[in-house]
Structure formats: C-alpha cells, structure tokens
Design a protein around this ligand. Structure first.
Ligand code: ZN
Ligand code: ZN
Length: 114
C-alpha cells in the first residue's frame, strides 16, 4: 500500500451503533454505514475466501439475518477485527477492504460480494 492510497483509505471516525450497525466516516468525507451482517458476509479470512483465487467459500445467505457485532478492535493502523455473534472472529478487515465493502451506490466500478 503506498502513502497516497493509505491516506485515501483512512477513517476519521468509527462508530458502533448498537450491535447491528457500524459507521465509518472517511478522511475524504465519505460515510459508510454497514450492518454487521454485511461485514460478516464480506469477511476476508481464509475460512470465508479462498486465498489464492479469491473464490468465496462462505455462502452469504447462511449468515443469520439477526447477526450482531459484539466487539470492534483496531488491528495496528491499518484495519479492524470484529467479534460476531456467530463466534467468527478471524477476519482482519483492512480499511481498504472496508471501503470496498461500502454499501452505498456511489461506487459503481467496484466489485461487491452481495
Ligand atoms: Zn471469515
Ligand atoms: Zn460508499
């Protein structure tokens, strides 16, 4: 990750809203509002995504509708780790990945796993 890119993917404010939603305000002014369910569906860990091919192992529909986020922890300067109510905690979400997972419709060129 070069310096320019890392500043683009830098969060200004992180806020957990109850156990259902998570909000990131980015340093470029963009705002992302995630449900923990969506974050869980986009988990980047080796149990959910095949590392080499990027193929999705996790079936997004298998994630319960009522999935909650119990805890949010910072991972160094570059990402976050979530404790989900289904017991899954292995994914490290870089801010770059989180930005890609933004659920708004202002990012037509990115590929999303929905
Ligand atoms: Zn995972
Ligand atoms: Zn967005």
């Amino acid at each position: 990750m070069d310096i320019k890119e890392s500043s683009f993917f830098q969060p200004k404010e992180l806020r957990k809203k109850g156990n259902k939603e998570f909000r990131i305000l980015w340093s470029d002014g963009h705002e992302s509002l995630y449900t923990f369910r969506r974050l869980r569906q986009n988990c980047p860990c080796a149990l959910c995504v095949e590392e080499i091919t990027g193929r999705l192992i996790l079936d997004p529909d298998s994630v319960p509708q009522n999935l909650e986020g119990l805890k949010v922890q910072a991972v160094g300067q570059y990402g976050l780790r979530f404790d989900f109510s289904d017991g899954h905690t292995t994914g490290i979400y870089t801010f770059k990945h989180l930005r890609k997972c933004c659920p708004c419709d202002q990012h037509p060129n990115q590929t999303l796993r929905t």
